[in-house]
Design a protein. Sequence first.
Length: 301
Amino acid sequence: MEKLLLMKEKIKLLNEANKAYYQEDREIMSNYEYDKLYDELKQMEEETGIILSNSPTIRVGYELLSNLPKERHEKVMLSLDKTKEVSVLKDWLGEKEGVLSWKLDGLTIVMTYEGGKLVKAVTRGNGEIGEVITNNAKVFANIPISIAYKGILVIRGEAVISYSDFNKINDKIPEAEGKYKNPRNLCSGSVRQLNNKITAERNVRFYAFSVVKADVDFNNSKAEQLIWLNRQGFSVVEFKKVVSDSIEETVKWFEEGIAENDIPSDGLVLTYDDIKYGSSLGSTAKFPRDSIAFKWRDEIK
Protein backbone atom coordinates (compact mmCIF):
# COMPACT_ATOMS: atom_id res chain seq x y z
CA MET A 1 0.00 0.00 0.00
CA GLU A 2 2.83 2.40 0.92
CA LYS A 3 4.69 1.47 -2.25
CA LEU A 4 1.59 2.22 -4.33
CA LEU A 5 1.27 5.67 -2.75
CA LEU A 6 4.95 6.32 -3.50
CA MET A 7 4.39 5.27 -7.11
CA LYS A 8 1.46 7.67 -7.43
CA GLU A 9 3.58 10.50 -6.00
CA LYS A 10 6.42 9.79 -8.47
CA ILE A 11 3.93 9.65 -11.38
CA LYS A 12 2.51 13.02 -10.30
CA LEU A 13 5.97 14.62 -10.15
CA LEU A 14 7.08 13.15 -13.48
CA ASN A 15 3.87 14.18 -15.26
CA GLU A 16 4.15 17.71 -13.86
CA ALA A 17 7.72 17.86 -15.17
CA ASN A 18 6.59 16.60 -18.60
CA LYS A 19 3.80 19.17 -18.78
CA ALA A 20 6.12 22.01 -17.77
CA TYR A 21 8.80 21.00 -20.30
CA TYR A 22 6.68 20.07 -23.33
CA GLN A 23 3.63 22.34 -22.96
CA GLU A 24 4.88 25.36 -21.02
CA ASP A 25 8.49 25.50 -22.22
CA ARG A 26 9.97 25.56 -18.72
CA GLU A 27 12.01 23.17 -16.62
CA ILE A 28 11.04 22.29 -13.04
CA MET A 29 13.59 19.50 -12.53
CA SER A 30 16.95 18.58 -14.01
CA ASN A 31 17.39 15.72 -16.48
CA TYR A 32 19.27 13.85 -13.76
CA GLU A 33 16.40 14.23 -11.28
CA TYR A 34 13.85 13.22 -13.91
CA ASP A 35 15.79 10.12 -14.98
CA LYS A 36 16.34 9.09 -11.36
CA LEU A 37 12.62 9.41 -10.56
CA TYR A 38 11.69 7.60 -13.78
CA ASP A 39 14.05 4.69 -13.08
CA GLU A 40 12.77 4.41 -9.49
CA LEU A 41 9.18 4.31 -10.75
CA LYS A 42 10.04 1.73 -13.41
CA GLN A 43 11.68 -0.49 -10.80
CA MET A 44 8.70 -0.20 -8.44
CA GLU A 45 6.34 -1.12 -11.29
CA GLU A 46 8.41 -4.23 -11.97
CA GLU A 47 8.47 -5.15 -8.26
CA THR A 48 4.72 -4.69 -7.70
CA GLY A 49 3.46 -5.78 -11.11
CA ILE A 50 1.27 -2.65 -11.13
CA ILE A 51 1.34 -0.04 -13.91
CA LEU A 52 -1.18 2.81 -13.61
CA SER A 53 -2.78 4.33 -16.72
CA ASN A 54 -1.18 7.75 -16.18
CA SER A 55 2.35 6.40 -15.70
CA PRO A 56 4.95 8.07 -17.96
CA THR A 57 6.58 4.64 -18.45
CA ILE A 58 3.77 3.70 -20.86
CA ARG A 59 2.01 5.49 -23.65
CA VAL A 60 -1.63 4.55 -24.13
CA GLY A 61 -2.49 5.16 -27.78
CA TYR A 62 -5.64 7.07 -28.71
CA GLU A 63 -8.05 5.39 -31.12
CA LEU A 64 -11.12 6.53 -33.04
CA LEU A 65 -13.92 3.95 -33.32
CA SER A 66 -16.91 3.98 -35.67
CA ASN A 67 -19.22 2.48 -33.03
CA LEU A 68 -19.25 0.84 -29.61
CA PRO A 69 -19.90 -2.92 -29.90
CA LYS A 70 -22.45 -4.44 -27.54
CA GLU A 71 -21.91 -7.50 -25.36
CA ARG A 72 -24.10 -9.61 -23.09
CA HIS A 73 -22.94 -9.73 -19.45
CA GLU A 74 -21.92 -13.15 -18.14
CA LYS A 75 -23.75 -12.28 -14.91
CA VAL A 76 -26.84 -10.03 -15.02
CA MET A 77 -26.37 -6.68 -13.27
CA LEU A 78 -29.43 -5.99 -11.13
CA SER A 79 -30.47 -2.76 -9.43
CA LEU A 80 -30.39 -2.50 -5.62
CA ASP A 81 -33.41 -2.45 -3.35
CA LYS A 82 -33.42 0.80 -1.37
CA THR A 83 -34.60 2.42 1.84
CA LYS A 84 -34.51 5.85 3.49
CA GLU A 85 -34.78 4.41 7.01
CA VAL A 86 -31.72 3.57 9.13
CA SER A 87 -33.94 1.19 11.13
CA VAL A 88 -34.49 -0.87 7.97
CA LEU A 89 -30.71 -1.17 7.52
CA LYS A 90 -30.38 -2.42 11.11
CA ASP A 91 -33.12 -5.02 10.67
CA TRP A 92 -31.72 -6.09 7.31
CA LEU A 93 -28.23 -6.69 8.75
CA GLY A 94 -29.47 -8.43 11.89
CA GLU A 95 -26.66 -10.27 13.70
CA LYS A 96 -24.34 -10.23 10.68
CA GLU A 97 -21.35 -7.96 10.01
CA GLY A 98 -21.69 -5.59 7.08
CA VAL A 99 -19.71 -3.29 4.83
CA LEU A 100 -21.13 0.22 4.38
CA SER A 101 -19.79 2.26 1.46
CA TRP A 102 -20.59 5.22 -0.75
CA LYS A 103 -23.07 4.62 -3.58
CA LEU A 104 -21.20 6.56 -6.23
CA ASP A 105 -23.19 8.44 -8.86
CA GLY A 106 -21.61 7.67 -12.21
CA LEU A 107 -21.61 4.82 -14.70
CA THR A 108 -21.15 1.21 -13.57
CA ILE A 109 -18.42 -0.65 -15.50
CA VAL A 110 -17.33 -4.31 -15.59
CA MET A 111 -13.55 -4.71 -16.01
CA THR A 112 -11.83 -7.95 -17.05
CA TYR A 113 -8.12 -8.64 -16.54
CA GLU A 114 -6.24 -11.66 -17.91
CA GLY A 115 -2.55 -12.35 -17.36
CA GLY A 116 -2.37 -9.13 -15.34
CA LYS A 117 -3.56 -6.98 -18.27
CA LEU A 118 -6.81 -5.07 -18.78
CA VAL A 119 -8.47 -6.88 -21.71
CA LYS A 120 -12.09 -5.71 -21.59
CA ALA A 121 -14.37 -3.06 -20.12
CA VAL A 122 -18.15 -3.08 -20.59
CA THR A 123 -20.79 -0.59 -19.38
CA ARG A 124 -23.76 -1.80 -17.32
CA GLY A 125 -26.16 -0.89 -20.12
CA ASN A 126 -29.60 -2.34 -19.36
CA GLY A 127 -28.12 -4.84 -16.92
CA GLU A 128 -28.08 -7.66 -19.47
CA ILE A 129 -26.28 -6.06 -22.43
CA GLY A 130 -23.67 -3.29 -22.21
CA GLU A 131 -21.31 -1.43 -24.53
CA VAL A 132 -17.65 -2.40 -24.87
CA ILE A 133 -15.55 0.64 -23.91
CA THR A 134 -12.12 -1.00 -23.42
CA ASN A 135 -10.17 1.70 -25.27
CA ASN A 136 -11.79 4.39 -23.15
CA ALA A 137 -11.20 2.54 -19.87
CA LYS A 138 -7.48 2.37 -20.66
CA VAL A 139 -7.29 6.16 -20.43
CA PHE A 140 -9.23 6.55 -17.17
CA ALA A 141 -7.10 8.71 -14.86
CA ASN A 142 -6.49 6.12 -12.14
CA ILE A 143 -6.93 2.69 -13.72
CA PRO A 144 -4.12 0.10 -13.44
CA ILE A 145 -3.23 -1.13 -16.94
CA SER A 146 -1.18 -3.96 -15.40
CA ILE A 147 -1.69 -5.70 -12.05
CA ALA A 148 0.26 -8.29 -10.06
CA TYR A 149 -2.53 -10.91 -10.12
CA LYS A 150 -2.19 -13.01 -13.29
CA GLY A 151 -5.40 -15.06 -13.14
CA ILE A 152 -8.74 -14.10 -14.66
CA LEU A 153 -10.18 -11.17 -12.71
CA VAL A 154 -13.62 -9.67 -13.31
CA ILE A 155 -14.60 -6.68 -11.19
CA ARG A 156 -17.33 -4.08 -11.02
CA GLY A 157 -16.93 -0.44 -10.16
CA GLU A 158 -18.15 3.06 -10.88
CA ALA A 159 -16.71 5.48 -13.42
CA VAL A 160 -17.11 9.04 -12.12
CA ILE A 161 -16.05 12.61 -12.78
CA SER A 162 -15.33 14.70 -9.67
CA TYR A 163 -17.25 17.89 -8.91
CA SER A 164 -14.05 19.94 -9.31
CA ASP A 165 -13.31 18.49 -12.78
CA PHE A 166 -16.98 18.88 -13.76
CA ASN A 167 -16.87 22.57 -12.82
CA LYS A 168 -13.60 23.13 -14.70
CA ILE A 169 -15.07 21.59 -17.87
CA ASN A 170 -18.33 23.55 -17.58
CA ASP A 171 -16.43 26.80 -16.96
CA LYS A 172 -14.85 26.44 -20.42
CA ILE A 173 -18.29 26.33 -22.11
CA PRO A 174 -19.50 29.92 -22.66
CA GLU A 175 -23.13 29.21 -23.62
CA ALA A 176 -25.43 28.36 -20.71
CA GLU A 177 -27.44 25.87 -22.78
CA GLY A 178 -24.24 24.04 -23.75
CA LYS A 179 -23.18 23.35 -20.16
CA TYR A 180 -23.50 19.86 -18.71
CA LYS A 181 -26.34 19.31 -16.25
CA ASN A 182 -24.42 17.23 -13.70
CA PRO A 183 -21.24 15.12 -13.32
CA ARG A 184 -23.13 11.89 -14.03
CA ASN A 185 -24.32 13.05 -17.47
CA LEU A 186 -20.84 14.30 -18.32
CA CYS A 187 -19.31 11.02 -17.18
CA SER A 188 -21.77 8.94 -19.20
CA GLY A 189 -20.93 10.85 -22.38
CA SER A 190 -17.20 10.75 -21.64
CA VAL A 191 -17.10 7.00 -21.03
CA ARG A 192 -19.06 6.26 -24.23
CA GLN A 193 -16.96 8.40 -26.57
CA LEU A 194 -15.84 6.95 -29.91
CA ASN A 195 -12.62 8.97 -29.60
CA ASN A 196 -10.80 8.04 -26.39
CA LYS A 197 -8.66 11.19 -26.58
CA ILE A 198 -11.78 13.04 -25.41
CA THR A 199 -12.27 10.50 -22.61
CA ALA A 200 -8.69 11.09 -21.45
CA GLU A 201 -9.23 14.86 -21.35
CA ARG A 202 -12.29 14.45 -19.08
CA ASN A 203 -10.28 12.91 -16.20
CA VAL A 204 -12.68 10.00 -15.62
CA ARG A 205 -11.88 7.94 -12.52
CA PHE A 206 -12.83 4.36 -11.63
CA TYR A 207 -13.65 3.10 -8.13
CA ALA A 208 -13.96 -0.67 -7.72
CA PHE A 209 -16.70 -2.00 -5.45
CA SER A 210 -16.90 -5.77 -6.03
CA VAL A 211 -15.17 -8.85 -7.43
CA VAL A 212 -17.26 -10.98 -9.79
CA LYS A 213 -14.58 -13.58 -10.56
CA ALA A 214 -11.11 -14.32 -9.14
CA ASP A 215 -9.33 -17.43 -7.89
CA VAL A 216 -8.34 -15.72 -4.63
CA ASP A 217 -9.01 -16.49 -0.96
CA PHE A 218 -10.61 -13.37 0.53
CA ASN A 219 -11.19 -15.08 3.91
CA ASN A 220 -14.88 -14.99 2.95
CA SER A 221 -14.87 -11.23 3.63
CA LYS A 222 -16.16 -8.42 1.42
CA ALA A 223 -13.91 -5.97 3.29
CA GLU A 224 -10.86 -8.18 2.61
CA GLN A 225 -11.90 -8.28 -1.04
CA LEU A 226 -11.80 -4.48 -1.25
CA ILE A 227 -8.46 -4.32 0.57
CA TRP A 228 -7.03 -6.87 -1.91
CA LEU A 229 -8.29 -4.81 -4.87
CA ASN A 230 -6.59 -1.75 -3.42
CA ARG A 231 -3.31 -3.68 -3.16
CA GLN A 232 -3.63 -4.56 -6.85
CA GLY A 233 -3.60 -0.85 -7.65
CA PHE A 234 -7.33 -0.10 -7.89
CA SER A 235 -8.99 2.84 -6.21
CA VAL A 236 -11.90 1.39 -4.21
CA VAL A 237 -15.04 2.94 -2.76
CA GLU A 238 -14.53 4.29 0.74
CA PHE A 239 -16.06 1.83 3.20
CA LYS A 240 -16.55 1.04 6.89
CA LYS A 241 -17.26 -2.30 8.55
CA VAL A 242 -20.45 -2.17 10.62
CA VAL A 243 -22.72 -4.18 12.90
CA SER A 244 -26.35 -3.41 13.62
CA ASP A 245 -25.50 -1.25 16.67
CA SER A 246 -22.95 0.88 14.78
CA ILE A 247 -24.93 1.52 11.59
CA GLU A 248 -26.64 4.73 12.73
CA GLU A 249 -23.37 6.32 13.87
CA THR A 250 -21.61 5.26 10.64
CA VAL A 251 -24.41 6.62 8.43
CA LYS A 252 -23.99 9.97 10.25
CA TRP A 253 -20.21 9.81 9.67
CA PHE A 254 -20.78 9.44 5.92
CA GLU A 255 -23.42 12.18 5.93
CA GLU A 256 -21.03 14.61 7.61
CA GLY A 257 -18.49 13.93 4.86
CA ILE A 258 -20.80 14.70 1.93
CA ALA A 259 -20.10 18.45 1.78
CA GLU A 260 -16.35 17.85 1.48
CA ASN A 261 -16.59 14.81 -0.81
CA ASP A 262 -15.44 15.69 -4.33
CA ILE A 263 -16.77 12.42 -5.76
CA PRO A 264 -20.50 12.45 -6.64
CA SER A 265 -22.62 10.02 -4.62
CA ASP A 266 -26.33 9.39 -4.24
CA GLY A 267 -26.47 7.43 -1.01
CA LEU A 268 -24.80 4.43 0.61
CA VAL A 269 -24.65 0.69 -0.01
CA LEU A 270 -24.81 -1.91 2.77
CA THR A 271 -23.49 -5.39 1.91
CA TYR A 272 -23.03 -8.50 4.03
CA ASP A 273 -19.33 -8.96 4.82
CA ASP A 274 -19.85 -12.74 4.70
CA ILE A 275 -19.48 -13.41 0.95
CA LYS A 276 -20.78 -17.00 1.02
CA TYR A 277 -23.82 -16.03 3.08
CA GLY A 278 -24.63 -13.14 0.72
CA SER A 279 -24.30 -15.39 -2.35
CA SER A 280 -26.51 -18.07 -0.79
CA LEU A 281 -29.41 -15.60 -0.58
CA GLY A 282 -29.64 -15.30 -4.37
CA SER A 283 -31.82 -12.54 -5.81
CA THR A 284 -35.37 -11.54 -6.62
CA ALA A 285 -36.36 -10.81 -10.22
CA LYS A 286 -35.12 -7.24 -9.69
CA PHE A 287 -32.69 -7.08 -6.75
CA PRO A 288 -29.75 -9.05 -5.31
CA ARG A 289 -30.41 -10.03 -1.69
CA ASP A 290 -26.82 -9.50 -0.47
CA SER A 291 -26.95 -5.68 -0.67
CA ILE A 292 -29.32 -2.79 -0.03
CA ALA A 293 -29.03 0.91 -0.91
CA PHE A 294 -29.68 3.75 1.54
CA LYS A 295 -30.87 7.16 0.35
CA TRP A 296 -31.04 10.25 2.54
CA ARG A 297 -34.55 11.66 2.99
CA ASP A 298 -33.50 14.98 1.45
CA GLU A 299 -31.07 15.15 -1.44
CA ILE A 300 -27.72 16.48 -0.20
CA LYS A 301 -25.27 18.26 -2.54
